[in-house]
Design a protein around this ligand. Structure first.
Ligand code: UDP
Ligand code: MG
Length: 311
């Protein structure tokens, strides 16, 4: 009987240094995966360094190394989608190129799916060692807010590193949305999922592509993609201001009729106008975010464009 295949999908953006190290480490683990044949599928996400050359060379040396190279940088989310689309394996694992997702976990993950009957084995880091404290604080805050606002569970510390069977791959591919937020997508689809926990590991080479600012924008995208609660909030805010204004109007009319003194004080008036218009702009901004995302979705642009591939 032919062996089933496990595809390792590895998004790589400017990872010329990390890829050879990753490949070597993953190769070592292969012997602990006797049940399957391992395919490597690197997604070169429009790298500007020699990543593509490294991949070409690797795939010439090893017939199980395949790659897809994008026409420009489309982002990790698109790279994951492309990887899942092009993966030929019955089982697929998504892994970072920087060895922050230890290949040593693969055998246990595979057991979880092949023997224990799970559809998907995810990983979460239980510590944020080596990360700036401010970043950890905001990350925790994000998960708290996100889980309050959305019915979709987004697990704190969950990584994109996970292994899944065909069923799950097809389910994710069925979600062709443009505004992709993997952590939400993985939570949304459901299925039987096992979690593996590990300590945070720092990347082996190169540097992270995430600045604080890009993480913040990503978090906001995630909220817009998986919750419409901000819109509810906007409606409630509008209602509260209407009620407050109504009470104030009644108060002033009664006061003028009873005491007859003219309403004075334009500084307070200016403050009120500024407050109310500020709140209005904020609410319009929130609605605008949803509109912008809807606009992008309706264009139905492809998630990525391939310049070169070897499958
Ligand atoms: N990555 C990508 N496209 C991007 C940014 C990152 O394919 O636009 C890849 C990157 O090469 C790495 C993985 O996504 O394999 C995780 O990136 P990184 O290590 O920078 O993120 P972190 O681990 O710091 O969250
Ligand atoms: Mg990393």
């Amino acid at each position: 009987m032919e062996k089933e295949r496990l595809t390792l999908v590895v998004p790589a953006y400017n990872e010329e240094e990390a890829i050879p190290i990753f490949y070597k480490e993953a190769k070592k683990v292969e012997e602990k995966l006797p049940q399957v044949e391992v395919e490597y599928l690197f997604i070169d996400d429009g790298s500007s360094d020699a990543t593509l050359d490294v991949l070409r060379r690797l795939s010439e040396e090893d017939g199980m190394v395949h790659y897809v190279s994008f026409s420009r940088n489309f982002g990790k989310e698109s790279a994951i989608y492309a990887g899942l689309q092009k993966a030929s394996g019955e089982y697929v694992a998504i892994m970072d190129a920087d060895l922050q997702d230890p290949p040593a976990l693969l055998p246990q993950m595979l057991l979880g799916i092949m023997e224990e009957g799970y559809d998907c084995v995810g990983s979460r880091r239980v510590s944020r060692k080596g990360e700036p404290p401010v970043r950890s604080f905001f990350a925790r805050l994000f998960y708290k807010i996100m889980n309050k606002m959305s019915h979709t569970e987004v697990v704190d510390g969950a990584r994109d590193f996970q292994m899944m069977n065909r069923k799950v791959v097809e389910a994710i591919l069925g979600m062709g949305e443009y505004n992709r937020f993997s952590k939400g997508i993985f939570g949304w689809i459901g299925f039987k999922k096992k979690w593996m926990e590990y300590e945070n590991i720092e990347r082996v080479a190169g540097e992270t592509k995430w600045s604080f600012w890009s993480l913040l924008l990503y978090a906001l995208d995630g909220i817009v993609a998986f919750s419409t609660f901000p819109l509810v909030l906007v409606s409630i805010l509008g209602l509260v201001f209407c009620v407050a204004a109504f009470i104030a109007i009644v108060f002033i009319i009664v006061r003028t009729l009873v005491f007859g003194d003219p309403t004075s004080g334009w500084p307070s008036m200016v403050c009120i106008i500024m407050l109310v218009s500020g709140v209005q702009l904020l609410c319009m901004g929130i609605i605008g975010q949803y509109m912008a995302k809807t606009y992008l979705e309706t264009k139905k642009r492809p998630l990525y464009l391939v310049e070169e591939e070897r499958l």
